[in-house]
Design a protein around this ligand. Sequence first.
Ligand code: ADP
Length: 202
Amino acid sequence: MTFILGLTGGIGSGKSAASHWFETQGISVVDADVVAREVVSKGQVALTQIQQRFGDWVMLDNGELDRRALRDLIFKDSTARHDLEQITHPAIRNAIIQQLAAAQSPYVILVSPLLFETEQHQLTQRTLLIDATEALQVQRASQRDQQNIEQIHRIIASQMSREQKQQQADDIVLNDGELTHLYAHLAPLHQHYLTLARAKCP
Ligand code: ADP
């Protein structure tokens, strides 16, 4: 059994920046957002289930999911959202478990914006929160994605509050300086996780 670290943080907090740094240290990263897209890609069982539940209009002509049409529906219809999650959440969880188990590094990271919200933290032995003020989140996310500010505020409002995440996380890094400052805080944590991983599977 590999030691699994859950890494989370709100939109624009610096999760990807942190997980890329861990990758440079030879640590494998499973990204829940990537898995969520993979499980509804062309030919996957979950995509067939979505088509059966919602109808052919959720499919594009090329056999891929019309993500925008489905997003618009679940935004308005909470039953549809529930039904969609009943299909996707178990598929995502199973795929995450498989990818974590296949990882070969001394420990492995599960990065997820909704680690606590979706109970994915139960798959991990320890959690690390990359934390940032809302102002920094908005500034960084808007520069990165060219998304409008209201949209980013909406996403932040839909995620668990900073305070709740701070209470749940084992470790917290406040990403409020340069990237070098972030990496300097991650380095001793990485050494700690290596020690914990060795203790778990000597
Ligand atoms: P998340 O994955 O949490 O949504 P990212 O890691 O993608 O956030 O960070 C959002 C944007 O801000 C990216 O363009 C990233 O390069 C940048 N960024 C993150 N942390 C810092 C920092 N400490 N200084 C400057 N830019 C940063």
